[in-house]
Design a protein around this ligand. Structure first.
Ligand SMILES: Cc1cc2nc3c(=O)[nH]c(=O)nc-3n(C[C@H](O)[C@H](O)[C@H](O)COP(=O)(O)OP(=O)(O)OC[C@H]3O[C@@H](n4cnc5c(N)ncnc54)[C@H](O)[C@@H]3O)c2cc1C
Length: 819
């Protein structure tokens, strides 16, 4: 075969010609970046794409981004033939998801309301209607079906070919038989790729190498912790009466989905516990490959799935197919620019929905690459949420067993991943465990979620949509913070020491608030991009003129670090990640001053140590940075203690706290307390698409700072457009019974105007409380607008009256904080 004609330089190299690579090439070319070269190791679709089942489903996600990508993909596959002459095989035969137990019914009702709000026409249908649409299914135990008429199936190979053809028609180069052996870089920036046929210079590289993405990334020091796993479907002999026009049926409770395939039935499976494949590395020459099926392991799952469509047990099996698909630690794709290398983009780890989201993901990635930032919320799947240790073989081998199975589990609120736990312990772990802590996975840390009080009967984790057995313990932790004093271990927070002559200038340039005022003061601020939307939400404490203490949440750790480092330039400013070096203990509540005063000689009186003060203090034998600040709305302090002295300080605090009724509190209490106060949490209730003003954080923006800040012009432009018509609003249910979690629809005068982004139970306010981004539909959103409407929140088909407020409903005057 003649050597392929490689360009010496191209603007973008897309590595991999599966559905994702072809979609990104297509969308880049459509956005005007014609100088795109896609390099495929073998032949297009030869990795995972060729054997996908091709389900096209818009129902099922409570992520706005994922739902938009699904809708866009369905629409794109529907119109590609007209553009390219290549059919994608998309057939809108309809899709039905059945619920056969009450928890799933609750979940699908919640999800369907959210999906309808996002423009998906999903209908709840009766078991009889399910039977009419899919007569071969057993429906006597079905409680309801959720039907999307416009969904259906596509042919993954044809869809990829149509995208490739469309990309070529726009001028992109697509070369097969060219493996990328490495990505070259200089001073932290991509310069091109190596291939057996020579080097290709490139400004941007996009790693879409599917299950090979991890090992390719590792060669340039980029961590991409996806892992291939066995993934199955069975195809039966011909089934009389089964037609290609029959809808796709999915029954997660039976581990299976069902559709017609050349006259037989295809039964796809998501088993509860799966088998990772080739943890040591994916073979370089695996092309259009299959994995010998493990009948023994899959037998029980197959039996259960086949019993949903009993005729499948009679007609005979044609093939049990097993192919590899890659999965990620949290079942979200790995997308975006790698923290390790500038202009190294990744789009891999599609968790078995690469076909049905691939069109939309290609659009999102192309927009991100061309415009420098994404136009959708990417906080949930940005590559920088993940950590390097998650690429370890043992981690991947352990976690992947759980992640595939999660696809078909009921997605209960509060569920934490169970595998690959114990990777990170705070210095106080054993002490907290002895106090009854129940832990959850917090970016790999074991974070105390709530505490079982001494003497209380142990309660196992009961997954449900209702109040948990530990609801009352949570309430007591919440109450203690409001009325007494609590202790909370927050050592998982990301902490950075930024030092140097230019440190203050650089941080002030990044921050929309003034963080370079007097030394010994903490400042709450956001970091914005040039578009004025949020990149980070954090605090900066000025220790002295050349030392600053930056603290962000665990999920934002690498994003914040990368954002900072990439903007240092030649300045005399140096960033050190000190997360491991300091434990963080939060002492909060009206009695927190009395408690701390008992263990320090520092004067903590209001005059000597006012709100926002930050000083080094003595605590027993230790010295710690003590900052008077709160994330839950009370008088309180955050202590940053050298890790080796954390246990000592903790013991002193616990001893001194006994007469004050000190209580340990966990992350559940933190959530309920902060949401009552309307405090934001980046990645949960605010994200990269929100302007700082719409997010209600204008109070933390200093437009008068002499040297401005990144994003200032965009903030001014939004201000100039007049009063806001989209705003983050606090919502409180007036009925104390129901619970809110996420994605519940908010209505004003019956009309859906937004959804709850994050929620908890406001024990002090007396009902479930959350934050929702409200769209005024052209109307100005101010308190008068909120007060003049009738507000309701919809939970699983029922509507509950609510209050809506711009100001926090708890302590709006901040009297308690400043007391
Ligand atoms: C049994 C099964 C059923 C499925 N059913 C569905 C479904 O119904 N709906 C759905 O949405 N999804 C489904 N999926 C998932 C879907 O197939 C994947 O999510 C999707 O194909 C992933 O696409 P990709 O482009 O990321 O990976 P791939 O298709 O694997 O593409 C990666 C490409 O990169 C190339 N490559 C690798 N390394 C290099 C290198 N160094 N240089 C150059 N090229 C390289 C490979 O040759 C490959 O062609 C299913 C998967 C399986 C296994």
């Amino acid at each position: 075969m003649p050597a392929p004609a490689l360009p010496t330089h191209t603007r973008v190299v897309v590595i991999g010609g599966g559905i994702i690579g072809t979609s990104i090439a297509y969308h880049l070319a459509h956005l005007g970046w014609k100088d795109v070269t896609l390099l495929e190791r073998s032949r297009l679709t030869s990795g995972t794409t060729w054997h996908a089942a091709g389900l096209m489903v818009t129902f099922g996600s409570t992520s706005e981004t994922s739902t938009e990508m699904r809708k866009y993909t369905r629409d794109l596959y529907g119109r590609l033939e007209a553009e390219t002459g290549q059919d994608t095989g998309f057939r809108p035969v309809g899709f039905i998801e059945v619920a056969c137990d009450h928890d799933r019914l609750e979940e699908y009702r919640r999800v369907s309301a959210f999906n309808r709000h996002c423009g998906v026409d999903v209908q709840e249908i009766s078991p009889r209607q399910v039977k009419e649409l899919f007569p071969l299914a057993r429906t006597e135990d079905v409680l309801a079906g959720f039907y999307v008429k416009e969904d259906g199936r596509a042919n993954p190979v044809d869809a990829s070919m149509a995208l490739a053809k469309g990309a070529r028609m726009q001028g992109a180069r697509i070369l097969e038989g060219v493996p990328v052996t490495g990505v070259t870089h200089k001073r932290g920036v991509v310069t091109g790729v190596d291939t057996p046929f020579g080097h290709v210079g490139a400004d941007v590289v996009v790693n879409c190498a599917g299950m090979w993405a991890r090992q390719l990334g590792a060669r340039s020091g980029v961590s991409i912790p996806n892992q291939a796993a066995e993934h199955y479907y069975l195809i039966t002999e011909k089934v009389p009466g089964l037609l290609p026009s029959h809808p796709v049926l999915e029954d997660p409770g039976s581990y299976g989905y069902f559709r017609e395939e050349v006259g037989g039935l295809m039964i796809g499976l998501f088993e509860a516990r799966c088998a990772p494949w080739n943890v040591g590395g994916i073979p370089d020459d695996f092309s259009f490959g299959e994995i010998p099926p493990d009948w023994d392991r899959m037998g029980p799952y197959l039996e259960k799935a086949m019993s949903r469509v009993p005729i499948s047990l009679e007609v005979g099996v044609k093939k049990l197919f097993c192919g590899p698909e890659s999965f990620t630690p949290d079942l979200q794709p790995i997308v975006g620019e790698a923290p390790e290398l500038k202009n190294y983009f990744v789009a891999a780890g599609l968790n078995s929905i690469g076909i049905l989201t691939g069109g939309g993901l290609g659009r999102v990635m192309a927009h991100w690459i061309v415009n420098g930032r994404p136009d959708v919320d990417v906080t949930g799947f940005n590559i920088d949420r993940l950590q390097v240790y998650q690429s370890n073989p043992e981690y991947r081998r352990t976690r992947t067993v759980e992640s595939l199975g999660m696809v078909y589990q009921c997605h209960y609120p509060y569920r934490s991943m169970q595998t690959a736990r114990g990777a990170k312990h705070s210095a106080l772990h054993e002490r907290l465990a002895a106090q009854g802590a129940r832990f959850k996975d917090v970016s790999g840390w074991e974070g105390a979620d709530w505490f079982l009080p001494k003497g209380a009967a142990p309660q196992g984790e009961v997954l449900s949509w209702k109040r948990q057995p530990w609801f009352d313990h949570w309430r007591e932790e919440h109450r203690a913070a409001r009325e007494g004093v609590i202790l909370m271990d927050m050592s998982f927070m990301a902490k950075f020491l930024v030092q140097g002559r230019d440190a203050g200038r650089i941080l002030n340039q990044l921050s929309s608030n003034d963080v370079d005022g007097p030394a010994g003061q903490i400042t709450y601020t956001q970091w914005l991009n040039e578009g004025g939307t949020l990149e980070a939400d954090l605090t900066v404490t000025k220790l002295d003129d050349e030392r600053y203490w930056v603290v962000a949440s665990d999920t934002a750790h690498r994003h914040v670090e990368t954002w900072m480092r990439r903007r240092l330039g030649d300045a005399h400013a140096f960033v050190t990640d000190v997360t491991s070096g300091y434990a963080q203990l939060n002492v909060q509540g009206p009695k927190s001053r009395a408690l701390l005063q008992a263990v320090t000689s520092a004067d903590l009186s209001n005059d000597a140590f006012p709100f926002r003060a930050a000083r080094e203090v003595d605590l027993g034998f230790a010295r710690a940075l003590c900052v008077r600040i709160t994330y839950l709305g009370e008088l309180g302090y955050e202590l940053y203690i050298p890790t080796e002295q954390a246990v000592h300080v903790y013991d002193r605090l616990v001893a001194a706290g006994a007469p004050l009724g000190l209580r340990h509190a966990g992350l559940k209490a933190l959530a309920s307390l902060r949401l009552e106060k309307g405090y934001r949490d980046y990645g949960h209730d605010i994200d990269n698409t929100d302007s700082v003003l719409e997010a209600g954080l204008g109070f933390a923006v200093d437009l008068k700072k002499p040297d401005g800040f990144i994003g200032k012009e965009a903030v001014l432009a939004l201000k100039a457009r007049g009063p806001l018509r989209r705003r983050l609003v606090q919502v409180l249910l007036t009925d104390p019974d129901p619970l809110l979690f996420h994605a519940e629809i908010v209505r004003r005068d019956q009309k859906a105007v937004g959804y709850v982004r994050a929620a908890s139970y406001g024990f002090t306010l007396g009902g479930a409380v959350g934050l929702a981004m409200i769209d005024g539909g052209g109307e100005v959103i101010d308190q008068a607008h909120l007060d003049s409407g009738t507000w309701e929140v919809e939970i699983a088909n029922r509507r509950y009256p609510a209050r809506a407020s711009l100001k926090p409903l708890y302590d709006p005057e901040m009297k308690r904080i400043k007391s």
